[in-house]
Design a protein around this ligand. Structure first.
Ligand code: FRU
Length: 540
């Protein structure tokens, strides 16, 4: 077995080799999707950061180009860190990014811009970093070593551009707001657009409008009636991302999260697993907002060096506001379905009694797309939700109540990347609990038993699913399985969880897929469709 390559992905974005992290400046320009990303040209660990650049016409097949932005000037001598693209009127893209400059102190962060050398090249191969950089420096009390990741800018009605820069002051996370008339001269607003005590550094902020009416995405400058705003930050301390939905008061340039939501690290997440430093962009060709997120490795740095690579981008997701206004919904971009090959269906209405395990045969289980809907007759057997768990997060409950701990209504779900004798498997499953006057639905993606290899990070990732399970009496799950990735969408994209796992036996044709039920209530598999997934023709 070539240990070096069994964990490479088949259809998730990754370059041939080396370290990658954050997606940067995604955009659509003249029929071409652009993805830039943080990249170390010299190895499989973080360092020497440049903006690598790949282009695609379908978000599936990717062509690598030369690095777009790399250290070459005093204003980015020690690194070209994360940033975003904005399309200026007249269809002129511009990139804002963080440059690392000579201190003291070490690692001073400034905000720079870059523009295409040739607007008639749809691939935007060459970028110019004009000499009037940097545009923004920390000279007003900002923390110069925690001052980075400029957002896509938006234009207000009076012709002012606005953008955010992530920061912190002591342990207060901050998104500073800057304004400009000409995109060159930027002035800090008196108040940040938002901040939150005790959350630490806000990396990679993202701020964008979502529609209260329908699934369409909105261009970043849209405001007005039937529009809410989303603020997402990546918290350095927990290494997770959090978002709120709220109101953007355009006059005052303040964002106020809806008070039904928790602002901070007990709040909502795009993904309850391995998903960080994400960024959205508006795709005008299909009127949708697309989310890109990075998943790092869960193996050791030594293993990464042996593999020769580390980090992937997860599948781009279309994202929209749930009609309730209380959370976002996400779904893999429709283009992914073009990679679906041979399909198998489980016979409809298959019953899963307590302890049942049914194999889904006939697909490449190591590289697959599975959609399943489970139903059940009654919630009577749902286990009680222990009130002391109210202080726990979902992950802790999942680690106590894993897939092998027998339950009432659940655990039921998929066993992905399973070896024949179940020495290895990654279950993605639901458990329903009866709490006071309500039910709680827990979704888990549990890496505890994913590999016989030592030295791996194997968390029991989990999130709650906000559904009215007593009314629905069914719940769906879609999992994108890709050799070392299990990326799952519960209840049509209401709760998403991504795991990185490194099976040693359950690889290639030795990987198996099962549906299981380990609860006393019988579960019906209403329908299950699974596809072998092809590799894109071109992946970097
Ligand atoms: C997030 C991050 C950003 C920074 C970049 C450096 O993963 O730390 O804040 O710009 O990565 O590579």
């Amino acid at each position: 077995q070539n240990v070096k390559q069994v964990h490479r992905t088949g259809y998730h974005f990754q370059p041939k080799q080396n370290w990658i992290n954050d997606p940067n400046g995604p955009m659509y320009y003249k029929g071409v999707y652009h993805l830039f990303y943080q990249y170390n040209p010299k190895g499989a660990v973080w360092g020497n950061i440049v903006w690598a650049h790949s282009v695609s016409t379908d978000l599936i097949n990717w062509h690598p180009l030369e690095h777009a932005i790399f250290p070459s000037k005093p204003f980015d001598k020690y690194g070209c860190w994360s940033g975003s693209a904005t399309i200026l009127p007249g269809n002129k893209p511009v990139i804002l990014y963080t440059g690392i400059v000579e201190g003291p102190p070490k690692n001073v962060q400034v905000q720079n811009y870059a523009i295409p050398a040739n607007l008639s090249d749809p691939y935007l191969r060459k970028w110019i970093k004009p000499d009037n950089n940097p545009l923004v420096i920390a000279n007003n009390g900002e923390n110069s070593t925690a001052f980075r990741d400029p957002t896509t800018a938006w234009l207000d009605k009076s012709g002012h551009w606005k953008m955010l820069v992530g920061s912190k002051r002591h342990q207060r996370g901050i998104a500073y707001l800057y304004r400009s008339k000409d995109f060159i001269k930027w002035t800090k607003a008196k108040h940040p657009i938002h901040s939150q005590a005790e959350t630490g550094m806000w990396e990679c902020p993202d701020f964008f409008p979502v529609s209260l009416k329908g699934l369409n995405g909105l261009d970043t400058s849209v405001t007005g009636e039937n529009v809410k705003h989303v603020l997402k930050v990546s918290l350095d301390i927990t290494r997770y991302e959090y978002y709120t939905v709220g109101t953007y008061f355009t006059e005052k340039d303040r964002y106020v999260p809806d008070n039904t939501l928790v602002d901070g690290w007990a709040g909502l997440r795009y993904d309850y697993g391995n998903f960080y430093a994400s960024k959205t962009f508006f795709d005008p060709s299909k009127n949708r907002r697309i989310l890109w997120g990075w998943a790092n490795e869960s193996d050791s740095a030594e293993h990464d060096v042996t593999k020769g690579w580390a980090g992937i981008q997860l599948i781009p997701r279309t994202l929209w506001l749930d009609p309730s206004g209380k959370q976002l919904m996400q779904w893999p971009i429709e283009e992914l379905e073009t990679l679906r090959g041979s399909k198998v269906e489980l016979s409809k209405k298959q019953k899963l009694g307590k302890g049942h395990l049914v194999e889904v045969k006939g697909i490449t289980a190591a590289q697959a797309d599975v959609e399943v809907t489970f139903s059940f007759g009654s919630l009577e057997k749902a286990e009680p939700f222990d009130p002391k768990w109210l202080q726990y997060d979902a992950q802790k409950i999942c680690s106590l109540k894993g897939s092998t701990v027998q339950g009432g209504l659940g655990p039921f779900g998929l066993l992905t990347l399973a070896s024949e004798k179940l020495e290895e498997y990654t279950p993605v499953f639901f458990r329903v609990f009866k709490a006071q006057n309500t039910h709680k639905v827990l979704m888990c993606s549990d890496a505890t038993r994913s590999s016989l290899m030592k030295g791996l990070y194997t968390p029991s990732f989990a999130g709650f699913v906000d559904v009215d399970i007593a009314v629905d009496k069914k719940i769906s799950l879609r999992s994108l399985i890709d050799n070392s990735v299990v990326e799952s969408f519960g209840a049509k994209g209401r709760t998403c969880i991504s795991s990185r796992v490194y099976p040693t036996l359950a690889v290639y044709e030795n990987a198996h897929l099962y549906v299981f039920n380990n609860g006393s209530e019988t579960i019906t598999v209403e329908n299950l469709d699974a596809w072998s997934m092809r590799k894109p023709l071109r992946m970097n």
